[in-house]
Write a protein that binds this ligand. Structure first.
Ligand SMILES: Nc1ncnc2c1ncn2[C@@H]1O[C@H](COP(=O)(O)OP(=O)(O)OP(=O)(O)O)[C@@H](O)[C@H]1O
Ligand SMILES: [Mg+2]
Length: 252
């Protein structure tokens, strides 16, 4: 059975889509885990651009068959990227698309888990539906933020709104530079959640990804790509061995 990994954030523009897409590329293409990237940003999805794909079908096309989803329905709806990585693209129509209901999300994820090892969710920012459903259903929750005061405050409020039990599997501090006003240690202390990864600011690596749809994890020269490859390895160890048995020091 596959594992659902949700990439979340309180504030927009912190790097969820870039991270979710590159995690999927590293796990699917690099580690040969059968992976599907699910883009939940209605009208606003950009995962297709970051993978240089032109989807013709979207998860909204499954609307009438959520109750009886088969692997064939899924294979007709995904856009193939490489043998071990598919995209379930977001519908382009901002107005006409209905937000996917929690029951349907649950049915969709159950069907995907029978076909894929990893189901990686790129979500819209905030806690409006369908993010609440994704938060409830994802087995692994990664919370992305940038190290600045407005994002820290929004993230704190987001975390406070979640149930008291296990809130996330860790924070991902993105666009970090040694000149940042807030250190990863301060972020961890302020938010009371573990830091799962720190990703550097890397304009050049991101530029190629956004302009040509070449994931930065495939670029040897990208320091962001390298950090996300390491993060993917850590994520796979977490899935395979549980939280007690992985350590950041195991990174290549
Ligand atoms: N580590 C980084 N270094 C440099 N630029 C980055 C980095 N991470 C993300 N960016 C850039 O920041 C912008 C926002 O990234 P992205 O679209 O992934 O954020 P998002 O959280 O998905 O936004 P939204 O909430 O709108 O969906 C993009 O132009 C992206 O290329
Ligand atoms: Mg996004």
């Amino acid at each position: 059975m596959g594992t659902v990994i949700g990439v979340f954030s309180a504030k927009g523009g912190v790097g969820k889509t870039l991270l979710a897409t590159n995690l999927a590329a590293a796990c699917g293409v690099g580690y040969h885990k059968k992976t599907v990237l699910v883009d939940l940003n209605i009208g606003n999805g950009t995962t297709d651009l970051l993978l240089n794909l032109s989807p013709e079908r979207y998860w909204s096309d499954l609307g009438s068959v959520f109750q009886e989803l088969t692997p064939q329905h899924l294979s007709l709806t995904i856009t193939e990227y490489r043998p071990d990585l598919d995209l379930l693209a977001s519908p382009p129509d901002l107005i006409k698309t209905e937000v996917i209901k929690m029951e349907d999300l649950s049915l969709l994820f159950s069907a995907l888990k029978k076909v894929y090892d990893l189901i990686i969710l790129d979500t819209p920012s905030g806690v409006d539906p369908p993010v609440r459903g994704c938060l409830a259903l994802a087995e692994i929750k990664l919370m992305v933020l940038t190290p600045d005061a407005p994002t820290l405050r929004s993230t704190s409020r987001f975390l406070n709104a979640l149930p008291n039990s296990k809130k996330t599997n860790g924070l991902i501090i993105n666009q970090y530079s040694p000149a940042a006003a807030i250190t990863p240690e301060e972020v961890k202390d302020h938010l009371g959640e573990p830091v799962f990864g720190v990703l550097p600011i890397d304009q050049a690596g991101v530029w190629a990804n956004v302009s040509y749809g070449e994931p930065c994890v495939f670029r040897k020269s990208s320091k962001l790509g390298r950090s996300i490859r390491q993060l993917s390895g850590r994520l796979l160890r977490l899935i395979d061995h549980g939280p007690e048995n992985y350590s950041n020091e195991d990174d290549d």
